[in-house]
Design a binder for this molecule. Structure first.
Ligand code: MLT
Ligand code: MN
Ligand code: ZN
Length: 304
């Protein structure tokens, strides 16, 4: 399978438009060594021709412009995106659907029932698309059963229920239900290789660890280095854990979880602009490098 990282930043991207934290200011002014990042999204393909979009970020126009394979130019209106999978109803993962309204047919969209509820009530993007070509909604079960997508022959998808948080406008905010957040395990039945993708991971439950351990490559929540990072910068009074993100550096944090795993290639995605690892000269980045943990960047291609 082919994986293309369209965006590797968290909500707001890097730099965020109104942010003057050390990182945002530094990358804007060129005083730190760091790379700009758009908001998190990946595309996955079985054959390199048809692509499944995972999440649709507000930055999708730039992301598609920067990825020629997704525009094969076979007709006057065309795209290589054959289906869309949404892992949660957060703004940074769904707002790009509005940009995709000019599609010439209903979009094939896969979400859990919980995410569908959010996207037809608190943030009714699906209702809005109904005024254009509409959507064909396919429900993703939360019982870890394997499903397939017609345009991705040879790939097997499993939704992995995650404990994270529902968006502020969700009826489930503060009282999450299974399906508010899912990770995705994707297995290529031809190569036998698998990917685990989870841009928002609040708690690493045992079933999640099992999927991670078994995967050849993990693209996992890289939002913050420390739980209080955003409040430290005076940016937010919220801890990352309240927003459904597990930090990297604490005991039991993402790094210690990844360090205990032998098999997978380990890559962080959905990296918040406050995270010191974005500064390539930071001691925190050196710790990750030493641990063999990579940072996803926009445009990263992986073949499994
Ligand atoms: C999150 O990942 O917690 C959200 O995307 C935050 C946001 O709204 O930017
Ligand atoms: Mn997010
Ligand atoms: Zn910032």
């Amino acid at each position: 399978m082919f994986i293309h990282v369209l965006g590797s930043g968290a909500g707001g991207g890097f730099p965020q438009w109104n942010c003057n934290c050390e990182n945002c200011k530094g990358v804007r002014e060129g005083t730190i060594k760091a790379t700009r990042r758009t908001q998190s999204s990946i595309a996955v393909s079985a054959d390199g021709v048809d692509w499944i979009l995972f999440n649709a970020s507000p930055d999708i126009k730039k992301q598609l412009d920067d990825f020629p394979a997704i525009q094969p130019c076979r007709a006057v209106r065309d795209t290589a995106i054959s289906a869309i999978v949404i892992t949660d109803a957060q703004i940074d993962h769904v707002t790009g659907l509005l940009t995709l309204r000019e599609h010439i047919a209903p979009w094939e969209i896969y979400t859990t029932e919980a995410v569908k509820q959010d996207l037809t009530t608190g943030f009714p993007v699906f209702n809005i698309l109904g005024h254009f070509r509409g959507i064909n909604h396919h429900e993703i079960a939360t019982d870890q059963s394997v499903f397939t997508i017609p345009s991705a022959e040879g790939l097997e998808f499993t939704a992995v229920p995650l404990l994270s948080e529902a968006p502020p406008y969700s009826p489930h905010r503060g009282n999450t239900v299974p399906g508010d957040n899912i990770g995705m395990h994707i297995k290529d039945t031809r190569t036998g290789k698998s990917l685990f993708y989870a841009p928002g991971l609040g708690v690493a439950e045992d079933h999640v660890l099992d999927y991670m351990r078994d995967s050849d490559c993990i693209l996992v929540d890289g939002t913050v280095w420390t739980d209080d990072e955003m409040s430290n910068e005076g940016i937010s009074d919220k801890r990352a854990s309240e927003m459904g993100h597990l930090d990297q550096s604490s005991d039991g944090g993402i790094m210690s979880i990844l360090n205990a795993m032998e098999k997978p290639r380990k890559i962080l995605i959905h990296i918040n602009n406050t995270n010191p690892i974005l500064n390539e000269a930071s001691p925190q980045r050196a710790i990750l490098n030493k641990a063999g943990i990579e940072l996803a960047y926009d445009g990263l291609d992986i073949e499994l």
